[in-house]
Design a protein around this ligand. Sequence first.
Ligand SMILES: [Fe+2]
Ligand SMILES: [Fe+2]
Length: 676
Amino acid sequence: MPGIQRIILIADKVKDRVRLPEDLQIPVFKEDDVLESAIRLVGQRGKRNLWALFFLPLEEVTMVNSFFKDFKKTEVAHVSVAFSGEMELPHNSPLLASILDLRGSAISELESRFLIDRAFRDMEQQKHDAGEETRKQITLVDTYHDLESLIDIGKSLTLEKNSDRLLRQILYLSKKITGADAGSIYITEKDGQGGRRLRFKYSHTFSKELAYEEFTLPFDESSIAGHVALSGQVLNIADVYDLAEDAPVSFNRSFDQTHNYRTKSMLVVPMRNHLDQVIGVIQLINCKETGEKYTGNEAYELLLKEPQDFEQGVVPFDSRYENLMQAVASQAAIALENNRMILQIERQFDEFVKASVTAIESHDPATSGHSFRVAAMCVNMAHIINLQKSGPLAEVQFSETQIKELEMAGLLHDFGKVYIDPGIFLKGEKLYPHDFVHLKLRLSYLYRSMELCYARELLALKSQPETTVREKIDRLQKDGEAKLEALREIMVLVTELNKPSILNEDRNVLIQGILSQAPGLECEDLEGSHIPLLEREEIENFRIARGTLNREERRIIESHVEHTYAFVSKIPWPVEYQQIPEIARKHHEKLDGSGYPDKIQGRDNIPIQSRIMTIADIYDALAAADRPYKKAMELKRVFAILREEAAENKLDGELLELFISEKAYTTGKVESHQRS
Ligand SMILES: [Fe+2]
Ligand SMILES: [Fe+2]
């Protein structure tokens, strides 16, 4: 505390009218110009406070007042006793209010003793009032900063979606507002035996770089954090080394000893969720807000290194921080709970999507794993694109959420297939197995009918004298045998035609060949209905140029995109996943407008996510060995087909080259792309 210098200044004009006590201990300055003396004395006061009593004519009071008004009342104060003279003043003049006494006659020794006492008491009161005022202002500023910090914390906590980062942020902000040097954060978790325990999640000390590892603590009185978690009460300890033997908590000094640290003051606050359950504990250590002046940066500006730093630099946490930290802890708890719930919803959603995809894939076992592979390839591509530093894709950046969105779209892109008859996917030959059996039976029926027909005719001829029918019998046998042979051949040919591997030209020649023999080989059934060699649908199916699906079946399969879109659009996606239906709907569109279902044309009209998915989708359809009618294609051949499509402006060439060169098709590489 700086000392106080008391002085009395008496203006020359009034010096004969003041009689001071003989035993006065206070220095007295009798000057012609008291203001000049005051200015000099204030300048010389050093670190001391200065209290000045003036005896002066009334007309000099204004000047003295105006000089003193700029000083803090806690440092420099003054009181004036004025003598009235020529000056005429109204009775309510503020000038009169600024003086202690107004005298007309001389002041006796007794009166001056009384006035001196009163004046310095008055100045003491002024100092006290000014101090109170300053303290109120500091509290007001502190409260303002506290509120500001709370609002900031509220804002930043709601923005952070990563729980680990959120915990670090909670701790950092808590230390910053309270001026704490160190702190730890604990989270409540289940202990696996129906009970709860505390997990030490994160710790940080401004004054020291300390490594830490997660560990767990029992939910009981054995630790300070455990006690707070159990009781749900705030603990504010001035010095943990001074805790009484019988205190409900004790402090373990092993950390301090190991790390050459001195834990002194501690503020420990429970974090409660909306159900009033303690979901964690914030522990703040060593408050460094020692000065009266608030900077808000004490936590990281003042570092504790030497023992005296801890001794002089650490104070107990102000009691106002108990309330403030409870408010912070509540906000933190809400943010953590929100994150936990969002994570839980996301996890459930993920599970739901994966279960749905597994359902689609069991519906079409031929393409088992396709959706998972397509999703993984799309995610790979997004990470690879994010790493591009030059070229046309350098500007494209996918956020974590966009990558997740793309993955979801990839997983669900073929969901609409559940609405389609699984037989179509399993159709491995030009005719369904039951239709082929039907054809073979019909041909057998024709064969047997023809055999029977010739046998009967032969029998009838044989009942006649041989010499007259010999020639007829020979002709019948030859003719019959030829037709039966033709039917046997047709039975072999249809088996060939049923295979998707026959070339188109051969296919048409064979069909024409069969049909040209129809008139001699077809017959009627018992009811007189015509039995054809090949029915119209069979001819149509045998004529399928590529694969095994006819036009109608292809249309049905293509409709899976619209089914996917209709289904995926019904899901109430969070805002950040709004594009999933559109991405999935466009996975069969081609840049030249030859795709489906909307025949969209042009790069600008098909989102990059869909363009990536189209490549991954075709790659998987070609490279996977899981179609019933085909083996895995060699990679070289797959890339050649894909490049051909890019050259025809069907696929995005830049994306395709990146897909190939960076091996985005290697679905086991997701991790490495993410890390690099
Ligand atoms: Fe598809
Ligand atoms: Fe697909």
